[in-house]
Design a protein around this ligand. Sequence first.
Ligand code: DHB
Length: 287
Amino acid sequence: MTIDELTSLGESQSSVILSKSCTLLPREGNPEPRYCDLPHGSINSMGLPNLGYQKYGEFAPLLKKYNKPYFVSVSGLSLADNIKIISDLSDIQEIAAFELNLSCPNVIGKPQVGYDFNQTRQVLGEVMRITKKPLGVKLPPYFDFAHFEEMAKILNNHKISFVSCINSLGNGLFIDADSEKAVIKPKGGFGGLGGEYVKPTALANVRKFYELLRKDIAIIGVGGIATGRDAFEFLLCGASAAQVGTAYQQQGTAVFARLEKEFAAFLEKKGCHSLDEVKGKLKTINN
Ligand code: DHB
């Protein structure tokens, strides 16, 4: 969220710097506690705290020296806000791409766009017209083949560059039986789940979209990646890159060097010399 955090990403072994999802105006976000580590992951209801989109534009030249792509995540509270943010930031050369967040589960009164197919169609129709930069979308998890198919049909009609699957599994509830309380304060304790809890759902979403999307739409796998072996599983399902949320929150930027090392060691143990040998090559049980 801050320039210090983005700078540490620059200095880390991550291959990309991705900003916190930004809105038109700065936001404090929801009341604390709004994030909690759990035995197998995390729950959050941050409510989009961020410095406002202009700051993420101003940071772009400061991050250039790290020589890695800087992606700005955009989560405007309305279509008009998304259009304003993306068109203003499109003039900034040092921004490599936008990740349009269609799936923040934590703002009261703002249902996740990605669960409303008509709204998604409208947003993409308008937004794709206003930028020449690569644009991808961050999707919520889907659970029904009909929904995967409907979303894939919409995405295949647009020149999007990538999808990030999945955002947090929305509106879980984690409670402490001793205190008889929810562990986070906003929304009566409801929040987005991340980490190990969501990995099978994330793998399923990556796999399904890999089957259904045009091959030029890259998939960024996200959801419970904490080891090199996890990253390999996402590659098998068809992901071209990995995004790390909960493990980064828990371990800081050192997680990227560890993941890279473990991933390389895992590939070597398998005797793999290129990612294409593995990407999307998940086997199923056929006898
Ligand atoms: C927030 C939560 C998300 O899952 C997301 O993708 C973006 C923002 C939040 O509550 O701040």
